[in-house]
Design a protein around this ligand. Structure first.
Ligand SMILES: [Zn+2]
Length: 530
């Protein structure tokens, strides 16, 4: 986009920001929004599907629905008779779904005689024409671009206001410890908190701008939003870089907030929360009254335990760049520490069994469908690369009382490596392991392997296994090369690799690569723990 085009986009976005910040999201208005969307759920879904899919010949779903013999009339009667989830499950069994590799256009969609070749843009919501573009990392190309819509951010802010109320956190001062653009997650949470009337007191970024070298337009976007937000009365802080070594500064800042006696909510990744918890424990600072709202990687039992050890609590917020925010942690009787309520007004989630591409056997892969008219992507049974346990039950918390009965927990990834809130897709790692490392250090592809070790002392660690056949290698150079390769492709990838470099996520281990229980040698061992 040209500079003039960018300026035009931001000017329109800033104009929208005025209305966005002008109307406060409260727990009360949030309850109304959730109830309204539940009441109109079928109608909203049918209207979106009619406009974006059935009446849109260029939709990638059109050939799949035709193959399944599903016309709009059949679809509508099935939704009204059997419900949305049952209809989606039926369509999945007929081949109407999109795997993560198909969604990322790493392979065409092939179902029987039907082949659909699509571009990533084909999944964009065609009715979302304005908004700031942000990219997710993990692709050798540009990463998946999504459009940040204020309409949808407003809806999520209402849901977040309910989440805070459900957990008894309304009115607490907030802090943000997430990267700025090119990743949109930090910015979105900042906007939500501002709309709730609790803009973060500080925005700590775990990544230095100099390490990422974001494009001019993205640097401008962050500053623009900060100053536009301030102009419209929200006290929005600019992001400020704090390295992991300076985690103590963050903990000290939390301590000064706690002295005001109102507690504190810190939005960050589970790994950052563990770093803060551990720093607090070693400094003799109690974090009682602190709630970490964590997202970006699994909130595992051992991470939650580390957080509790410091006297703090953790509330899961489950989101992905493609789907957006999927749900918030249950405040009632939970089945697991990452148990969330699916925000059923904006998406439907079903699952199907599939084999994982990198070993580990069969998993219950989650399929997502968009129900919100301002969703960034039109998803119909699209995989995100995550699997988990779905169940429908009463829990006694505010979300449950509002009618959100579908829970999701023990959520893990089967095709990507996630550490420190940063996610790289498996296929990129495989290329590095199978091609880049042997070309540089010798040996063959089977001499190398990457193993995800979940929660080594509360932190996700990734080991690069280098077999003894390879001979002498400089381990620091192996780590450098892997990080350099991961950082290629987009400024989001650079940002994610910078976090992994700074937090020393990668280690080299000299031993023979592991075989799976089936005797296979895989370049990547993930999603097997938890
Ligand atoms: Zn609940």
């Amino acid at each position: 986009m040209s500079l003039a085009g960018h300026i035009n986009t931001y000017a329109r976005f800033a104009w929208g920001l005025r209305g966005f910040l002008g109307e406060r999201a409260t727990a009360e208005s949030g309850r109304d929004v959730i109830l309204g969307r539940l009441r109109d759920r079928d109608a909203n879904f049918l209207a979106l599907m009619k406009r974006a899919v059935f009446d849109n010949p260029s939709s990638p779903y059109t050939p799949l629905l035709r193959m399944a013999g599903c016309e709009y009339g059949d679809f509508e009667s099935s939704v009204l008779r059997d419900g949305i989830e049952a209809t989606l499950q039926e369509l999945q069994s007929e081949g109407v779904y999109v795997t993560i590799d198909e969604f990322k256009c790493r392979q065409p969609i092939v179902r029987g005689a039907v082949t659909v070749d699509c571009r990533e843009e084909d999944f964009d919501n065609p009715f979302l024409t304005t908004g700031i573009r942000a990219t997710s990392g993990g692709s050798r190309s540009r990463g998946t671009a999504t459009t940040l819509s204020l309409g949808r951010t407003s809806y999520i802010a209402h849901c977040q206001a309910v989440a805070l109320e459900a957990h008894g956190l309304t009115g607490r001062p907030t802090l943000l410890w997430m990267p700025a653009l090119p990743s949109a997650a930090g910015l979105v949470v900042m906007l939500q908190l501002s709309k709730i009337g609790a803009p973060p007191k500080k925005w700590f970024s775990p990544v230095a701008s100099s390490a990422v070298r974001p494009s001019f337009s993205k640097r401008m976007a962050t500053l623009y939003l900060v100053y536009a937000g301030r102009a419209f009365g929200a006290d929005i802080p600019a992001p400020e870089y704090v390295s992991t070594e300076r985690a103590r500064d963050i903990v000290r800042y939390i301590e000064t907030i706690l002295e005001q006696g109102r507690g504190c909510v810190v939005c960050c990744s589970p790994s950052s929360a563990v770093i803060a918890a551990r720093t607090a424990v070693s400094a003799g600072i109690g974090l009682s009254g602190v709630a970490f709202m964590t997202g970006g990687e699994p909130l595992t039992p051992s991470k939650a335990a580390e957080i509790r050890l410091a006297g703090a609590t953790a509330v899961n917020m489950y989101a992905s760049s493609e789907v957006g925010t999927i749900g918030y942690g249950c405040a009632g009787a939970t089945k697991a520490c990452d148990d969330i309520h699916i925000l059923e007004g904006s998406q439907a989630v079903i699952r199907y069994e599939r084999n994982t591409p990198f070993g580990g056997g069969a998993v219950q892969s989650l399929l997502f469908t968009s129900l919100h008219e301002r969703a960034a992507k039109i998803l119909v049974n699209v995989e995100s690369g995550d699997y988990g346990v779905l169940d429908t039950r009463e829990c006694g918390c505010m979300f449950g009382e509002l009618g959100l009965k579908r829970h999701l927990h023990t959520i893990r990834s089967f095709d990507k490596l996630t550490g420190q809130g940063m996610t790289f897709v498996g296929t990129d790692i495989v290329r590095i392991i199978e091609e880049v490392l042997p070309a540089r250090f010798g040996g063959v592809s089977t001499d190398y392997q990457m193993v995800e070790l979940e929660d080594v002392g509360g932190q996700t660690r990734l080991d690069v296994i280098v077999g003894p056949n390879v001979g002498v290698v400089d381990e620091a150079q192996v780590v450098d090369l892997v990080l350099d390769e991961l950082s290629k492709g987009s400024d989001t990838n650079r940002m994610m690799a910078a976090v992994w470099r700074e937090r020393q996520v990668l280690r080299v281990r000299r031993e023979n690569p592991h075989l799976t229980s089936g005797g296979k040698l895989l370049s990547l061992h993930i999603g097997k723990k938890g």
